[in-house]
Design a protein around this ligand. Sequence first.
Ligand SMILES: [Zn+2]
Length: 337
Amino acid sequence: MFERVLQIGEKNSSRLVAATDFIGSIIMNFMKFVLYFCLFICLTWGCKSSPEITTTKLKFLVVGDWGRNGTQNQQEIANQMNTTAINENVDFIISTGDNFYETGVKSTQDSQWKTSFEDIYIGNALQKEWFVVLGNHDYQGNPQAQIDYSKTSNRWKMPSRYYTFTKTIDSASAVRFVFIDTSPFVNEYLQNPNGFSDLAQQDTKKQLYWIDSVLTNSTEKWKIVIGHHPIYSAGFGHGNQEELINQMKPILEKNKVQMYLCGHSHSSQYINRNDTITDFVVAGAGSSTIEFIAPSSSVDFGTATPSFSLVSLSKDNLTTSFIDMFGKTLFTESWSF
Ligand SMILES: [Zn+2]
């Protein structure tokens, strides 16, 4: 009996040893596999990526003249903005005004908030901050409602009619953004005060003083100013704005502003003049585009194709592109500073 038990025990013991060897072999093979796999990952990815020099960039989209309940290419442009925002990993969006046609919004409850903004720019990559200025069509409604909407929206940002902030590019460089309210400068609207809400009550001298003081005290390497009306534009019907050439341009030049972004002209334009450091970018093709661009030696690019801008900033480079509703890059200009 004992012997039998012993024999059985020996058999069991030898089966146990065999099973242990088998499991050990699986574990060893698995560990070898993990080792080789890690080696493979390191050689194919890790070793390739380590020598790359990554440059920190700030990226944003610029769109203007858009709020038309999704019609006249607004929805198609919105869809492509989302695709570009995903591909380029943009940080935020800027609107250059005329946010709601034809006569702005009446209140924060106006149906156009939904039909021209919330239900149109629905892509996930567009659920970011939208920094906005007022256009002349916005003044035909209730401009204060667009400021007030900032208090209830997670993405709509217009704390006042003109405002400023900085964004960090990397540990050594930053950009100063100055958003301004250009409609009260335009004589045509001032002559028709009943059609433009409280436009005539706006103090343009006070605003000019504020813009100059902000820029004068700015220590950031890059300075970008955003308004609705162009200073220079080659678009017929919405051309150069003499009031801004006389009053705004000297302030931009004095403070060495690198770029002025605007809309109003229903087109996309890049204007690089020899007589000033500032480049003028018109991003006003967010929906209806009807303008013909006049040939001019200072216009590097102009189109009435519905489009928007992608701006990319690094510590020493500023690149601006125009992209159409199909994702085609129509033009790119880049300069180092
Ligand atoms: Zn306008």
